[in-house]
Design a protein around this ligand. Sequence first.
Ligand code: WTA
Length: 641
Amino acid sequence: MARHAHVAGRAAYDALVAGASADYTGYWARIARKFVEWKTPFTQVLDESDAPFFRWFADGTLNVSHNCLDRQVAAGRGDKVAIVFEADDGQVSRVTYSELLARTCRAANALKAQGVKKGDRVVIYMPMSIEGVVAMQACARIGAVHAVVFGGFSAQALRDRIIDTEAVLVVTADQQLRGGRALPLKAMVDEALALGGCQAVRTVLVYRRTGGEIDWVDGRDAWLHEATEREPDTCEPEWVDAEHPLFLLYTSGSTGKPKGVQHSSGGYLVQAAVTTQWTFDLHDDDVFWCTADIGWVTGHTYIAYGPLAVGATQVVFEGIPTYPDAARFWRMIEAHRVSVFYTAPTAIRSLIKAAEGRGDLHPARFDLHSLRVLGSVGEPINPAAWEWYHAHVGGGRCPIVDTWWQTETGAQMLTPLPGATTLVPGSCTLPFPGIDAAIVDEAGHELPNGQSGLLVIRKPWPSMIRTIWKDKARYASSYFPPELGGAYLAGDGAMRDVDTGYFTIGGRIDDVLNVSGHRMGTMEIESALVACTELVAEAAVVGRPDDTTGEAICAFVVLKQERPTGEAAARLAAELRQWIGREIGPIAKPKEIRFADNLPKTRSGKILRRLLRSVAKGEAITQDVSTLENPAILDQLAEAH
Ligand code: WTA
């Protein structure tokens, strides 16, 4: 493997790291020229004059979709399969790079015909589909800024994002198919728009996925196939500045509403491309499969952009790993001869469980010899799951790249490189060449290896977040707190190994939960609960470790009525879970809701979350509770279980 690898061995990795440290901007400039075709070459690499608002390759111009599509066709990949799409029901369709380009151009022309202009925001609320990728690429082609909203978010959450982005157009589908069930999408868009405040939306483009019944608003709604079929299949790309925003993607923070993370065109594409190629050691004959949804950042960088930017063939999957049974992934790897497979620990853990009970679901039953490299993303992978993945999916021969990164980083930041990095289960090992990561204390001093602290990135990097949409102040204060002297605060706790310097991620240091690899703010769920004004007086939400989902959401709720017990408690908990499903989406539904007469508070009224975390875990309270106003409440909370 090392012989053929793009980064062939540890010495090659060390040389790249040394090159980046000797001449940081020179290193990134070389990568940017190699991986991206520029319309106007940049002369300036990094502009730090307005830190922490960094600009990369700022005087260069490019088009992202031209790089992902036209460039591949020009390089002779026109007939190469770009996407192998497998539907929920197992039907397979394929598009070549030429076809994907033609479809993207048609869609881009259709957007233009609807009056969408460069810089306008387009909300995409789509199932996993070729059309979803095309919608993103079409926006990129005309310089429109997409904001993809995960199809599992509720109408309310969708509306918040439509309002915040002031989107002029929404692309959606009639329904989505997941696990054999048809779930509404268009109806959610209707509901979101009916809630009001979305007056900028002029058009709703609807992809006919299932042909299921939907309502129709004349003058506003249009079928995607009708809007695209009358358009020509060429479209001159809109050449944009490198810093032109490519997309906004909402993610949870520790406070307030989800924030619209703004990404650039040039720097983002550079790092999406180089990480796709090096981290997965991707070659022209590989079949890549990232199981993420395009609604999350992983589906942006490692489905919609990175693999196309390097001309790869990839699998796009509509369904879920457990339908029709928990061998779906293994069957698909076998059928499509997948060579590079990238998924989340939570999926691996649930498939391990499924295989324990049923030998026929075990990966050993399938021919997975095509696999060469495995990847993991989204949350820490526990060593037991790592070992199983390595032995049973990878047949003991495939390196696992445990990739640490975030919506904000845009691309992988800490990761092994296949054939170059000696692996340690549970560790994301070392920074990608050109990334300056460190562990520091709260005053910003670097900590020695072996001590845990805050993970920071000391130098700006090309695919970094540019700002929070419409909230520059929040961007600066959440990611660049003054005590860290200009370093980017990731929000994760981490430690480096004493001997190897390898990084191990501990988890979030803030009030952000990671449930099945989905990021959720505790405050967001609390706000949703207290928005149920008829019932809820007060609520506090914490995470607790969970064997399958990594973390589980546990809510402590004080009702306006008397504290319910038994059946009444179960009924009210179910009602509140439904409520949260409507306010945010099913992914935010607490696994557990406990009712109490009060919450543990200090005399100044501050809720002591660390105590709630202990209660949620079922731990005995060993902390000092003398500052509590109402210590007796802890027993009631523990009993409420
Ligand atoms: C966590 C997902 C440990 C981390 C790409 C981070 C990880 C948050 C890993 C970002 C990993 C992601 N090991 N933890 N390999 N990858 N995380 O924005 O807490 O959805 O801050 O981006 O996921 O989640 P996000």
